[in-house]
Write a protein that binds this ligand. Structure first.
Ligand code: 13P
Ligand code: SF4
Length: 347
């Protein structure tokens, strides 16, 4: 039963003490997040993992790219585990390294040495290594503007991987017109641009988050007509049209802070992952909160981390026969760390 599994998790945590660290992303299920030593968005969890020198084992309650990031930042000191190896991220899988190398070759032919690559942390370690090797950096949703500005201080144009929406929303906020952004289609290996190439400032990789794309312009119109006083806040992984119509947009951290600081009695429709929206509803009973899409939008891969997998993984570590260790090869980790450190120095 759940209560028996909860007891087993508590027991392992008690016996292992500081030797064990459980970072938990805000999109994790309640049954898992209740055991997290720290909750956070991807930036905070990357920083906390890098700063934790006590734990021998980091059991990452999040998705695969987050555990890889933790391994890259903590190599040689801690071992990182992911309770279910199937907890991937469909967005990260939309940019593989072969596609990226091929795209880079063609983009170099078109634009020469004028491009700096940036990648959202929601990407594989190999993509981070590619970016690091070419002088670029990682970004998260909470520092994307600062990092894009940094990139433009180095080069004339950027390649933004793998989320076209975060890239477009960030560049737009910095005053770059939409038609100065082109889209790289990795399937057809072609650049889609509406202006002459010399005027293109941003090349957006054609990837997206399958959770945040579920929030639509129609959802915004429904809320506006049924509840005119309701404020709409969305994550910048949502499409440009949705962000443009919302009252506010920002990272997971920004959404949480905004809702916590909102006046009593205020009404909010939130465009982000279901577990976080449900938690905000529970933790803010003095506010009226709904999901922008009435059907609620779960991240199925985040949800693969559940109580049975967590228990199984923790007990295996305690017994000394650990399951699901995440190991990023040294050759990849070295370059990936360059990209992560360029971001963490500016975070
Ligand atoms: P943040 O935690 O950086 O807001 O990212 C959201 C997300 O989709 C994580 O997978
Ligand atoms: Fe990936 Fe989107 Fe899930 Fe985040 S919410 S892990 S970006 S699929």
């Amino acid at each position: 039963s759940d209560s028996e599994l909860e007891e087993r998790v508590r027991d392992v945590k008690r016996r292992m003490g500081d030797r064990l660290y459980l970072p938990g992303h805000h999109y994790q299920k309640d049954e898992v997040i209740q055991f997290a030593n720290d909750r956070g968005d991807s930036l905070k969890l990357a920083q906390l993992s890098a700063d934790n020198h006590k734990a021998e084992a980091i059991v990452f309650c999040g998705v695969h790219f987050m555990a890889e990031t933790a391994d890259i930042l903590t190599k040689d000191t801690q071992h990182v585990y992911l309770p279910d190896m199937r907890a991937g991220c469909s967005m990260a899988d939309m940019a593989d390294i072969e596609q990226t190398e091929a795209a880079w070759k063609q983009l170099q032919d078109l634009f020469g040495e004028t491009i700096l690559p940036l990648t959202y942390v929601n990407s594989t370690a190999a993509i981070k290594a590619f970016v690091g090797k070419h002088g670029g950096a990682t970004v998260t949703s909470s520092n994307a503007e600062r990092m894009v500005q940094w990139a433009f201080s180095k080069k004339e144009r950027i390649l933004f991987l793998p989320d076209q929406h975060l890239g477009r929303n960030t560049a737009f906020n910095l005053g770059i017109p939409l038609d100065e952004m082109a889209v790289w289609d990795p399937i057809h290996q072609e650049l889609i641009a509406t202006r002459p190439l010399e005027e293109i400032k941003v090349i957006l990789w054609k990837g997206h988050c399958s959770v945040h794309e579920n929030f639509t312009v129609a959802n915004v119109h429904e809320v506006r007509s049924s509840s005119p006083d309701m404020k709409i806040i969305v994550h910048p992984e949502c499409r440009r049209e949705v962000v443009a119509l919302a009252d506010d947009a920002g990272s997971t951290n920004h959404i949480i802070k905004t809702i916590e600081a909102a006046p009593k009695g205020s009404s909010w429709a939130i465009g982000t992952e279901m577990n976080l929206v449900n938690r905000l509803i529970q933790e803010n009973p003095d506010k009226h909160i709904v999901s922008l899409n009435k059907n609620m939008c779960p991240c199925l891969t985040m949800n693969r981390i559940d109580l049975p997998h967590l228990t199984w993984c923790l007990e295996s570590i305690e017994k000394g026969t650990p399951h699901n260790r995440i190991i990023v090869e040294d050759s990849i980790a070295t370059d990936a760390k360059l990209a992560l450190n360029r971001m963490l120095q500016r975070a």
